[in-house]
Design a protein around this ligand. Structure first.
Ligand code: NAP
Length: 322
């Protein structure tokens, strides 16, 4: 059994599920074969182990920027990288990793690569879109591939065809998963309704849901749905796209525990067993943001941060997509 140590007691992290205080929806223990073997990773349903800390790559596009950031991230200990077709950096990320892994004494198997199907490829073009990601990354396989968004580009959010397109995309991902090209498959920006729709119709259930999550947007209902279906819940924009690091409450907690605001925000998530994906183009910040496993937040600080929840989003809203 793996325990993720923190002030709350011992949190057991597995399949995206966390046991312990304080929220009501956390559930009973899973069989031991579903638990993770590392305290800094979660075990996805498919048996794939995923690091709790990943590196976000949104807005890193030029080969120089991607290479510099990936080099700093590997040096700082990041072993997971989050890309997407719409970030237009899959090829650059693949190239940077192939060049830099040997320098850091690492191989393909040491890193976990996530990418995502763009909304323009949702539906009948999904297979082609996913194969394009595989080809651009050129790393043999993708560890985790997500449907990026519940809607389809150029369809109204109220267009009933969105639902059929999601199902068609999922079927393509299932096929590539069966072929071993996508080691795990999941979704992003899905609401509770989208999750239920998928879980009721799929052959292979989603391993992970990636959504916006930080103290101002705690996603309580969505986390309950993930908990119920054993779907790993992963955070993006943990730093509120940079805006949350200047929040007075975050600054106060950071001052009290002698950490940076970014570390506090990231620790708040991983201490609940939620994987994070901080992005930075700055090597000092990249290093700083990775130092989140050598301290704990007290119960009081966790509660102070969680009390910021006010439904404030920094990113797009998928709640109206049918
Ligand atoms: P984020 O990680 O919350 O914030 C990134 C911003 O914070 C950047 O402007 C960065 O600037 C700044 N920053 C980073 N470290 C900092 C620090 N220590 N102190 C002060 N500022 C700091 O935002 P995000 O990029 O939106 O989200 C992270 C990743 O999640 C993305 O890169 C992407 O991989 C993923 N994501 C996924 C979705 C989705 O739809 N699935 C949506 C959004 C994001 P510098 O670069 O100048 O350091």
């Amino acid at each position: 059994m793996v325990t993720h140590k923190c002030c709350y007691s011992s949190w057991k992290v597995f399949s995206g599920k966390v046991l312990g205080k304080p929220t009501g929806y956390r559930k009973a223990e899973l069989p031991s074969d579903q638990m993770s073997s590392s305290s800094h990773s979660v075990l996805l349903k498919t048996g794939v182990q995923m690091p709790l800390l990943g590196f976000g790559t949104y807005k890193l596009v030029s080969p120089e920027d991607v290479s510099r950031a990936v080099d700093a991230a590997l040096l700082a200990g990041y072993r997971a990288f989050d890309s997407a077709a719409v970030y237009l950096n899959e090829a650059e990320l693949g190239r940077a990793l192939k060049q830099l892994l040997p320098k850091h004494g690492l191989t393909r198997e040491d890193v976990f690569i996530t990418s995502k199907l763009g909304s323009k490829d949702q539906g009948e073009r999904a297979m082609e879109g996913a194969l394009h990601s595989l080809s651009d990354l050129d790393m043999g396989y993708i560890d985790l591939y997500l449907i990026h968004w519940p809607g389809t580009k150029d369809l109204e959010i109220t267009d009933p065809r969105n639902s059929g397109n999601r199902a068609e995309s999922w079927a393509a991902l299932e096929e590539l998963h069966a072929q071993g090209k996508l080691k795990a498959i999941g979704v992003s920006n899905y609401t509770p309704a989208h999750m239920r729709e998928l879980i009721q119709s799929c052959k292979i259930p989603p391993a992970l849901l990636q959504v916006e999550f930080h103290p101002k947007f705690c996603q309580t209902e969505l986390r309950k749905v993930c908990e119920e279906y054993g779907v790993c819940f992963q955070a993006y924009s943990s730093l509120g796209k940079g805006d949350l690091v200047t929040d007075p409450v975050v600054l106060e907690v950071a001052k009290n525990c002698e950490r940076t605001p970014a570390q506090v925000l990231l620790r708040w998530a991983v201490q609940q067993g939620v994987p994070v994906l901080p992005k930075s183009s700055n090597p000092d910040r990249i290093k700083d943001n990775a130092r989140i496993f050598d301290f704990t937040l007290s119960d009081t600080d966790m509660d102070i941060l969680s009390a910021l929840d006010c439904g404030h989003k920094f990113c797009r809203d998928a709640s109206q997509v049918v």
